[in-house]
Write a protein that binds this ligand. Structure first.
Ligand SMILES: [Zn+2]
Length: 353
């Protein structure tokens, strides 16, 4: 049986309107609408044309319903800048992530979930401290937030959308926390996004539809406090704060220069006037849109281990994609294997031999 929900999923993943898909598949727009509503069962030849147009295997459309993600439980920061199509494409990556996670969990035991429910906590600074205590982090800087999340059971995926307007997002599904990070952004911003999403996972688990702005502010202030613990910042940052101090110390907490300046202002270590002039100067030096001399992007340890284990059993990524009936590019996209990673991976395989 043709599954109409899967047609919607694949179309949204490919960022196509129903009209455009109709053109590509050489069917009428009404046909697409009817198929998506489940009013018609398509002919085999139509399924083939749709599959070709979407570059998805035919079998994908014959599977059970995909795992739905409640659109209200997903929060995006720059919602205003993002188009509905970009948002839908990102969210549908979430459905693929859930399916991949299910396949992986049948074969591997992933780290158990050790997140706290801090939704009762109204003070985000206290919430960040509480989670740090729970994870025995003390006041130390975090060496890799991706590894930290993975070690505590968060399923970390990538958003390979080539747009910086889709930040990152997170959600709970069947008591498993999921985080999707955009690899298009600088490493520092991606780290901040990961901490921001962690904030949503612990602060807003039961919140249902998230009323955007306050929740976003809470997640931001959680991220700031979690990455740059108050006492550590106070003891490390000298009383006279120059741009050079910021550029040097941002490396300690692996944050962007802007994020550190923001934190210093929030901790009242910078006056409004100082903060403003530092922001202007950072902007002039290119720190508003990027991170000159930035750190290297963090990588998932879990995915690397899983794929090297699978490889040792002669299971390739293509085999995994085939088992899930998804195109290889989708699989590689959500596990965050960019071209450079792939090249490195090949190199590692050679080195092992
Ligand atoms: Zn958010």
């Amino acid at each position: 049986m043709f599954n109409c929900r899967r047609l919607v999923l694949a179309r949204k993943r490919r960022k196509l309107t129903a009209k455009r898909l109709a053109e590509y598949a050489k069917v009428s727009a009404v046909t697409i609408t009817r198929l998506e509503k489940g009013e018609n069962q398509p002919e085999e030849s139509t399924i083939r044309r749709l599959a070709d147009a979407l570059n998805y295997p035919i079998e994908f459309f014959l599977r059970d319903d995909p795992e739905p993600i409640n659109i209200n439980s997903v929060s995006f920061r720059s919602l205003t800048k993002m188009t509905a199509r970009e948002r839908d494409a990102a969210i549908t990556a979430g459905s693929l992530g859930i399916e991949l996670n299910g396949w992986i969990e049948e074969r591997f035991s992933l780290p158990i979930v050790k997140l706290l429910d801090l939704s009762y906590e109204t003070d985000t600074e206290a919430a960040a401290q509480h989670l740090r205590q729970h994870w025995a982090l003390g006041e130390r800087p975090i060496r890799s937030i991706v590894r930290l999340l993975e070690a505590h059971g968060v399923r970390v995926f990538a958003l390979s959308e080539d747009t910086a307007t889709v930040d990152a997002f997170s959600f709970w599904k069947n008591d498993k926390p999921y985080v999707f990070l955009n690899h298009f952004k600088t490493a520092e911003r991606s780290i901040y996004d990961a901490a921001h999403e962690l904030g949503h996972l612990v602060l807003h688990k039961h919140a249902g539809p998230i009323p955007s702005r306050p929740a976003e502010r809470e997640a931001d202030s959680f991220a700031s406090a979690f990455l740059m613990p108050r006492n550590d910042v106070r003891s490390r940052v000298p009383s006279k704060i120059s741009i050079d101090v910021i550029l040097e110390l941002k490396l300690r907490w692996r944050v962007s220069a802007m994020a550190l300046a923001y934190r210093l202002h929030a901790l009242e270590m910078l006056t409004d006037w100082q903060y403003k002039s530092i922001c202007i100067e950072l902007g002039k030096r290119g720190f508003r849109s990027g991170e000159p001399g930035g750190i290297e992007r963090e990588e998932s340890v879990v995915w690397r281990k899983i794929f090297s284990q699978l490889w040792s059993e002669k299971t390739t990524k293509s085999d995994v994609a085939e088992a899930l009936n998804i195109p290889l590019d989708e699989l590689e996209g959500i596990v965050g294997l960019s071209r450079s990673n792939r090249a490195r991976e090949r190199f590692n395989l050679h080195a092992v031999k």
